[in-house]
Write a new protein. Structure first.
Length: 284
């Protein structure tokens, strides 16, 4: 199986760079993209760190909770990805949002060949026309990089595969950090829309939400990253925290791309609507 660490010559479009950080961002409600709240302001502040504290990315590779595939993993490979408004019941202002960042077809083709799907060993698929930027990607990146001048691609998640396989894909992405690629996982450590309470304050949450966030936060803090795919073994709490686990999986890609000894920096470590953990992490 080809590894990214031995495939440096395959990246003609990605130049060597100082090591990039890795992000996991709790994105929560799509309204965070336009609301003047602490979450959006934190994303704006984080974006200003690039070009100062961190190098400016050559490319952003985002793994969003909202692009689920079956039968394999895919990268967006189009030159001009569309902005997808994959939600309903929100104000027109949210549907009017666009994020016209370019794609990166050449880099997508290179990464697709270098990253191999667990078990089968086959290359990633390339999507030339179907997907684009769903709100898990643009709602976070637009506040961070409002000029939309950094190429962006999305990596799908094969929802039919086991959590450990998602983590293994993340491990393969690690070497991209030396090629100017900012890896962003966008989901939520706790995400149960069935139990939301819109009147809850950021420090109010269900006991099971607090417990699952505490356990996962402890694993991240202690560098127990390989334990993260085994979240279903934690009794009934994971089922309450994730009736479906699509919002948890992006964390596995981000965690796979970092070293156990890299210290995480947490931000937005509170809750939205009592059942959505907004805890976010920067490594590097």
């Amino acid at each position: 199986m080809t590894s990214l660490s031995s495939a440096g010559e395959a990246f003609g479009s990605l130049k060597k760079s100082p090591r990039m950080p890795v992000l996991f961002v709790g994105h929560g409600s799509p309204m965070n993209a336009i609301g003047d709240n602490a979450y959006r302001r934190s994303w704006q502040a984080l974006g200003t760190d690039f070009g100062r504290r961190y190098p400016k990315p050559q490319l952003v590779l985002c793994v969003s909770a909202h692009w689920l595939t079956r039968g394999g993993w895919y990268l967006t490979g189009m030159a001009k990805p569309r902005t997808i408004h994959d939600f309903g019941g929100f104000p027109q202002e949210l549907f009017d949002q666009q994020y016209p960042a370019p794609g990166a077809p050449a880099a997508a083709a290179e990464i697709a060949q270098a990253v191999r799907q667990p078990l089968s060993g086959s290359a990633l698929g390339l999507d030339a026309s179907e997907w684009g930027f769903d709100h898990g990607t643009w709602s976070v990146l637009k506040p961070m990089f409002p000029q939309a001048d950094i190429p962006v691609m999305q990596l799908s998640m094969d929802y039919s595969r086991s959590p450990v396989e998602h983590y293994r894909i993340g491990q393969q992405l690690k070497a991209l950090r030396e090629r100017g690629v900012l890896i962003v996982g966008s989901g939520n450590i706790v995400h149960n829309l069935r139990a939301t309470r819109r009147d809850a304050s950021p420090n109010q949450a269900y006991d099971w939400a607090i417990e699952f966030d505490r356990i996962v936060g402890g694993q991240l803090k202690n560098g127990q990253l390989a334990a993260l795919p085994d979240f279903k073994s934690l009794g009934t709490v994971p089922t309450q925290a994730h009736p479906t686990h699509d919002h948890y999986l992006p964390l596995l890609y981000a965690a796979g791309a970092v070293d156990d000894k890299e210290a995480p920096r947490f931000f937005n470590a509170d809750f939205q609507s009592a059942s959505i953990s907004m805890r976010s992490v920067v490594w590097g």
